[in-house]
Design a protein around this ligand. Structure first.
Ligand SMILES: Cc1cc2nc3c(=O)[nH]c(=O)nc-3n(C[C@H](O)[C@H](O)[C@H](O)COP(=O)(O)OP(=O)(O)OC[C@H]3O[C@@H](n4cnc5c(N)ncnc54)[C@H](O)[C@@H]3O)c2cc1C
Length: 409
């Protein structure tokens, strides 16, 4: 049987491509999904709520959220971005809401609404979806058709193919076998393990909007974001963002590096003034009882005083200049040795994939192998948390679907 389009991989990007192509007139489309479950990552995403996209409306700002992909995505998001995916889902009956931090979720707070919408949309227009069809090999025939092998004696032919296998190694192998360069895939968006004694006591403490920095050899990477102390180390949006910014270098360092936390949001002189005021106006109060900033909880402040080797029972009036300087140094530059990624394999995305210089960002067609298209995580594009990874799937999927329909017309 010959298809017009075979989509390899039944995730967000594959479904978006198939639906877009079919709605624009491509007739015979099949989605081949290797497992028994389609759209599985959509289902588990966002803690079961699916963070569909991010309500940032300006493409030039939007691309700043992709440590890899950057400028190439500018044109893509100029054609299909947040507003378009809002319309896309709302037209199909799924209402979306914007949360305070700009993340976008279904109003129902259920990822199943997104899964069902994509599944239903594909079914209504007769897109064939085949599960447990793991693609092992693709050959381009002399008649410019693709021969897609599920096993040696089970194969299909198609005029066009789309590889949308996410971060699965098999997809990289398929792309590689058709001549593509693969940028080494490494994890991105993970928490950090830190064996600092007593940090556990602060487990559950979260602090908003801190300056965070990674030092690896001579390089440093910084960002601002929320920090969560866990019983194994550090997590929270700021840490995940930092892991994304430095994903490749952290992999190179085998996840052993220094994390610098700036607990103070004040510069040196303002912080110095603040501590002087505490000495002057709260002199009779014990250090542990009066914290320099309300957002540093009592548990955290006691931990920090212990780490500074300053007696927490001392009165503010009793601290000597040397201790004040230590306090300033710690609050501005508190250092932790990170020994690994978080323990739960909680990587959300893969950084790396098909080299972007080999793909047209107008059409998502390979520049190496005509008739082959790519969308989603298989590409060397990855974003920080907040809905940016799905938006890339929707956008690249839509662009590929439109281009496939145009080229078959
Ligand atoms: C726990 C978790 C939560 C997340 N939450 C969010 C979120 O809230 N917001 C956000 O923006 N991003 C989130 N992400 C990231 C997001 O899920 C991915 O960026 C996105 O799912 C990638 O979509 P994709 O279609 O490219 O690949 P996938 O969703 O990985 O789909 C690829 C499909 O291809 C199939 N496949 C692989 N190889 C083959 C083969 N050889 N033959 C046939 N089929 C094959 C796979 O089984 C899979 O079904 C989350 C990720 C995880 C892991």
């Amino acid at each position: 049987m010959e298809f017009d389009l075979i989509v390899i991989g039944g995730g967000a990007a594959g479904f978006m491509t198939a639906i877009t192509a079919k709605e624009r007139g491509v007739r015979r489309i099949t989605i081949l999904e290797g497992t028994s479950r389609i759209l599985e990552k959509v289902r588990i995403s966002g803690g079961g709520r699916c963070n569909v996209t991010n309500a940032s409306w300006i493409p030039a700002e939007f691309i700043g959220n992709y440590p890899r992909g950057g400028i190439k995505l500018f044109e893509s998001f100029s054609r299909f971005a947040t507003g378009d995916i809002f319309d896309w889902f709302e037209k199909r009956g799924v209402k979306l809401k914007i949360e305070d931090d700009n993340r976008v979720f279904p109003v129902s707070d259920s990822s199943m609404d997104i899964v069902s919408c994509l599944e239903r949309s594909a079914k209504e227009i007769d897109i064939q979806v085949s599960k447990k069809k793991f693609v092992r090999k693709i050959i381009k025939t002399s008649s410019d058709l693709f021969q897609v092998f599920i096993s040696d004696d089970e194969y299909l032919f198609s005029k066009k193919i789309l590889i949308s296998t996410g971060g699965n190694p098999s997809g990289y192998k398929l792309a590689d076998s058709l001549g593509h360069n693969i940028i080494k895939p490494v994890p991105s968006l993970f928490s950090f393990t830190c064996k600092e004694n007593f940090l556990k006591e602060c487990s559950g403490v979260s602090v908003r909007d801190l300056d965070l920095k990674i030092l690896i050899n001579e390089n440093s990477f910084s960002c601002k974001g929320d920090l969560l102390i866990t019983h194994w180390g550090f997590s929270g949006p700021g840490i995940l963002k930092l892991s994304s910014i430095a994903a490749r270098e952290l992999y190179g360092a085998r996840y052993k590096f220094k994390l610098i936390i700036q607990w103070s949001k004040l510069g040196y002189s303002d912080l110095s003034e603040k501590l002087n005021q505490l000495r002057q106006f709260n002199g009779k109060s014990n250090l542990y009882n009066t914290r320099p900033f309300p957002y540093i909880t009592k548990r955290l402040w006691i931990f920090l005083l212990d780490k500074m080797n300053i007696d927490k029972d001392k009165k503010w009036a009793e601290i000597i200049t040397k201790e004040r300087e230590i306090m300033i140094k710690f609050l501005m530059n508190d250092e932790y040795q990170i020994t690994n990624k978080g323990p739960f394999g909680d990587e959300f995305v893969t950084s790396g994939g098909v080299d972007l210089s080999q793909v047209s960002f107008k059409t998502m067609e390979s520049l190496i192998c005509k008739g082959l298209y790519l969308s989603g995580e298989i590409l060397d594009v990855d974003g920080i948390t907040g809905g940016f990874n799905f938006q890339h799937c929707w956008t690249s999927g839509w662009l590929a679907g439109v281009a496939i329909a145009n080229s078959l017309r």
